[in-house]
Design a binder for this molecule. Sequence first.
Ligand code: UT7
Length: 349
Amino acid sequence: MTLQPITGRTALTVPDGPRHARIHGIGGYRPERVVTNEEICRHIDSSDEWIQQRSGIIERRFAAPDETVVDMAEHASVKALEMAGVSADQIDVILLATVSFPYQTPAAAPLLAIRLGADDPAAYDISAACAGYCYGISMANDMIRAGSAQFVLVVGVEKLSDFTSPTDRGTAFIFGDGAGAAVVGPSDFPGIGPTVAGSDGHNWDKIVQRQAWTDLRPAMDHPQPGQETPTWPAIEMQGQSVFRWAVFSMAPVAARTITAAGIAPEDLDAFVPHQANMRITDAMVKALKLPEGVAVARDVATTGNTSAASVPLAMSRMLEAGDIPHGGLALQIGFGAGLVYAAQVVVLP
Ligand code: UT7
């Protein structure tokens, strides 16, 4: 297709894309080390019973000290590429969603490209916390349909153990580490429904790093005698407020997503919400009146809350276990710090 010039000068050439896109392959990676509630409770005044009752979390995984966000992203991406039958050099764009790559700049995605042996792809990170992966799927879908990419690798990866204070009672038991990845490419049928996404910046401070990096600077550049050592700006959360927002605001978003896709709840094979808290998942299932036959992701029990990684980790595990059918319909929704959210119905790879 060629654009008509407005001014009479040379016309621009722009690409045409395929009508549809879908997820061709998905993969997950969980670090080896299992961290029990008992281990978490060595540093906070809590109990295994309280953690299980309030969050549904039994255990989570922590990456090894020298295991990086890029290492975990690589493992998950290799699995997703294998399932898709797509080679790394076919990837045009890498979108890596994370809030725990410990560099403000550069992004992690170009390093992942090198690791995978991808051929000079566009590569950048997305900062949308627990909604990052679903934002990435939306962007990949649009890129492919617009003709600006053929295959896009979308990764959600977190090493939240680096950004969580083990002595913070409000977060220490929640977060875990891991990675999930999906290969998105052209399709003969609609494989990714309309994305419903939004943000509520009024509640920006509800899940937030304790300090800005720049707040640390005076103490580091000009240390004063007797002054406290600057603390690592770990993530803090006003749990109850976020809980209420998730329960009351995210079920309507999920319902709008089902409607936007032109389907009914009974058409779904799977519901894969962000794995924040089992009670949030239960409340959403109830509010959506999901029929019993819809398989619900409950990965939070053994993986904890892995933010951007939680949706693809849960979905890949359910597929591997045979709990949900290849080619079936899944509603996925991510929500978290920002506050931001994104949801879409996808055809399972
Ligand atoms: O991923 C991004 C999105 N994140 C989320 O969606 C997380 C949303 N929030 C949550 O999942 C929940 O708020 C938590 C699991 C974090 C906390 O559960 P809660 O039921 O909201 O607890 P709460 O903060 O309302 O505290 C209830 C009680 C309080 O005691 P009192 O005042 O009732 O005597 C707390 O002091 O539990 C106490 N408490 C704890 N007790 C044992 C708070 N934290 C703990 C703890 N262990 N770790």
